[in-house]
Design a protein. Structure first.
Lengths: 253, 210
């Protein structure tokens, strides 16, 4: 790659970052003047209902946030899982049984404990926090799945939210959850995992729907604003690709 | 006091993120570049320590489960093997033949068995898919999976099936599947960018706080 090209990529990236930041702030501040209607995704409507039922019958919500760690490009999926935990654990804090979070990475487990603690503190129920509800179930893909399955089976779980970085081992977890007849939302940023989830999960989120979870569970104005910017950037990319292909076709590029 | 520590944590996290970004985007400024390298090295060391934290967490969860007799059996087995493998690694070294034996005779066969179980589980899931969502996309999914199977796995005595293995499978894998995967990857990249920005602003604070 030439030096000009690498500088172009570098400053292009910087420009993308600055524009995205400005747009997110603008949309977050002007959310009342320019409200954003989220398209209907049936899985989220069912999730809201399942959370309500879990609170009503005193059962547990189980979150699994994957094994993406904190310093990898695929760690973002785990952070989406944590944002979901933050919001839903606060909503379900009045349930008889506290939510439980499983992960396949020590750092994610520590953050899940912190997130649960923050949720209960925000819900004015800090005494409900139990450090052992944020757990590591295994550090390799299949040991993680094998460790999370008994949580779904034995701990009075009625709803599973499996959102994070998973490999194909997620199919075992999704299958176990379906056998328990629990309501289960499954999402991963990994393409092979998405393929198996389409078959193994009754409520899979495909593609970048994973990154919309925060906006749909009403985790905050910034989540909705960032989803809006994500949609705008997607259209910009689509147009750029089509125009690029046309220019190439006519021999300009 | 708690509010103060929350603010301080957010300031440290946001400042670290900004410094790492500046180190990446301003390669001509040695201060930011050196700070970026130092911060990333610290992050890697902390990530390694986090493995230890994870094991400690696993240990404490299963020690707690020992109190409940109905759930104790699996926890006892896990704790015995956890302590045993740890002691073996500590005294013999991680590259010793003893540790190799444990990995090759226990860890790998167990994970391979789970992989085999996954194949059966997926077959069952594919059949169940038609019960959940008997629509055009599900039927397309199943037909595509069948074509890929026929094109990939040679049949006994017959070998690779002509047309499926040399024409249809490559076309599906290289045109619609590759295009779809690239589309999803672009969406994932945009989602990753937005998630990173939310954490950089402090809108999402999974560390001690909001």
């Amino acid at each position: 790659m030439s030096i000009t090209n690498s500088y172009l990529i570098l400053y292009g990236g910087l420009a993308l970052l600055i524009i995205s930041t400005l747009l997110i702030f603008t949309f977050a501040l002007l959310r009342k003047e320019f409200p954003y209607a989220l398209r209907e995704i049936p899985t989220f409507a069912r999730l809201r209902r399942a959370i309500g039922l879990a609170i009503e019958d005193g059962s547990r919500v189980h979150f699994s946030i994957g094994r993406g760690g904190l310093i990898m490009p695929w760690s973002a999926a785990g952070f989406v899982g944590l944002a979901t935990v933050r919001r839903v654990a606060e909503l379900t804090s009045v349930s008889d049984r506290p939510s439980v979070v499983t992960s396949g990475d020590g750092a994610l487990a520590a953050l899940s404990q912190d997130t649960l603690k923050a949720s209960y503190t925000a819900a004015v129920a800090p005494e409900r926090y139990d450090a052992l509800t944020g757990r590591v179930t295994g550090l390799t893909p299949f040991s993680y799945a094998a460790g999370a399955i008994p949580v779904m089976r034995d701990e009075n779980v009625s709803t599973n939210v499996l959102v994070g970085n998973f490999g194909i081992e997620i199919a075992l977890m999704a299958d176990a959850a379906e056998r328990q007849e629990n309501f289960t939302v499954v999402a991963s940023d990994n393409i092979p995992a998405q393929a198996v989830l389409y078959a193994a999960g009754s409520n899979p989120l495909i593609g970048e729907e994973l990154y919309a979870v925060g906006a749909y569970v009403q985790a905050g104005a910034v989540h909705t604003a960032s989803l809006r910017v994500q949609d705008i950037l997607r259209w910009v990319l689509i147009i750029a690709m089509v125009v690029g292909a046309l220019l190439r076709l006519v021999g300009i590029l | 006091m708690r509010t103060l520590s929350t603010i301080l944590l957010a300031v440290i996290a946001i400042a670290s993120g900004v410094v790492v970004l500046l180190g990446y985007f301003l390669p001509g400024v040695p201060l930011f570049v050196n700070l970026r390298v130092a911060f990333l090295n610290w992050a890697m060391i902390l990530a390694a320590v986090a493995v230890f934290v994870g094991i400690a967490n696993l240990f404490s969860v299963h020690t707690q489960k020992l109190r409940n007799r109905n759930e104790a059996a699996y926890s006892v087995i896990l704790l015995i093997f956890l302590v045993g493998a740890f002691a073996l690694g500590l005294f013999l070294g991680p590259t010793s033949p003893g540790m190799d034996f444990v990995f090759l005779s226990v860890q790998i066969p167990v994970e391979t068995s789970l992989m085999a179980l996954l194949a059966v589980s997926l077959l069952y899931a594919t059949i169940r898919l038609l019960r959940w969502r008997a629509n055009f996309m599900s039927i397309t999914f199943i037909i595509t999976a069948l074509i890929i199977f026929l094109g990939t796995a040679p049949l006994p005595f017959l070998g690779p099936i002509p047309f499926f293995s040399d024409w249809l499978r490559p076309i599906i894998a290289q045109v619609p599947a590759a295009a779809g995967a690239r589309g999803i990857l672009l969406g994932v990249a945009l989602g990753t960018l937005m998630t990173g920005l939310r954490i950089l602003f402090g809108a999402d604070r999974p560390y001690g706080g909001k």
